[in-house]
Design a binder for this molecule. Structure first.
Ligand code: SAM
Length: 277
């Protein structure tokens, strides 16, 4: 029996996984070694302990541009321009970098500015020009600053807007307290569901990024539904963990899409953007 015939014969038997074991072991060991190398490098180079920041891989950035293009019905070339706009905003980068360096919790933050999927939020705001954004969950204020940067550009083109950024932690949002970004940010300290219920202006763009439990995410979308302006867009940062926004979209007759980001040089598997519109 020649080698090919022997391999085919073994593949039909219960011995097959044992025969393939060395090949399978090498494949998984190579993969895990890469993850371990990346993790070890990160443990030394980064100070972050939650809400990790990273760049997207080139491919993941391409896919993000197409995702925004489809959702916003805009040529992908225009979306790429928006992505490049936020990435080359050196004034914002400088602000974030120096604010982090001077922050009380600087020992747990990185000075390098890495927006990950937030560049997609930026492009959506540039494309849709919302008058009122609500972001739940602020943390340092990285997302709030990115949203504010888009609003400032929109205002310069004659389409002003504001973002209500809500967080339960009184120390949240230290990046979002500096002009010019702070001029379009209303930082609200309080529980997001209570704060959404108290909103007195229609919401054009809503972003869930607070308590990521399924039940809480569901409560936020239920609370904001009655506050939405016609044609409002709903975003979730929780789309890699729950199906809450997709279910909400189905109940309310909207379309739904999900983008899953891929971080470059990071052990974290990444989050994503869920959108209902
Ligand atoms: C993942 S972080 C937000 C990240 C931020 N959007 C960004 O772009 O970096 C989650 C935040 O949600 C806040 N949070 C948790 N539960 C909340 C609640 N019930 N109401 C409002 N904020 C809450 C936390 O204090 C935390 O700062």
């Amino acid at each position: 029996m020649d080698a090919v015939k022997l391999r085919r014969a073994i593949a039909r038997t219960r011995l097959a996984p044992v025969a393939a074991f060395p090949k399978r072991l090498v494949a998984v060991a190579r993969h895990d070694a890469k993850v371990l190398r990346t993790s070890a490098r990160w443990l030394v180079a980064s100070r972050e302990h939650h809400n990790y920041t990273y760049e997207l891989t080139k491919l993941s950035r391409h896919h993000l541009a197409w995702f925004v293009s489809v959702v916003c019905e805009l040529p992908v070339k225009q979306v790429r321009k928006y992505l490049a706009e936020i990435e080359s905003d050196d004034v914002l980068r400088q602000h974030i970098s120096s604010a982090v360096a001077g922050a009380a919790r600087r020992g747990l933050a990185d000075k390098q500015v890495r927006y990950a999927r937030r560049i997609g939020w930026y492009a959506i705001v540039r494309a849709k020009r919302p008058k009122h954004i609500v972001e739940t969950g602020v943390d340092k204020g990285l997302g709030s600053c990115v949203l504010a940067a888009a609003l400032l550009r929109n205002a310069a083109e004659g389409h002003p807007g504001r973002v209500s950024s809500i967080d339960i932690n009184p120390e949240a949002g230290y990046l979002a307290r500096t002009a010019p970004w702070s001029e379009v940010i209303d930082l609200v300290i309080g529980d997001s569901v209570e704060s959404i219920t108290a909103l007195d202006r229609p919401v054009d763009l809503f972003l869930h990024d607070s308590d990521h439990s399924r039940a809480y995410e569901r409560r936020e979308f239920a609370a904001v539904e009655v506050k939405l302006a016609p044609g409002a867009i709903l975003l979730t940062d929780n789309v890699t963990h729950t199906n809450v926004l997709a279910e909400h979209a189905e109940r309310t007759g909207r379309r739904f899409l999900a983008y899953r980001e891929t971080p470059a040089n990071h052990w974290y598997p990444g989050d994503g953007i869920g959108v209902a519109w």
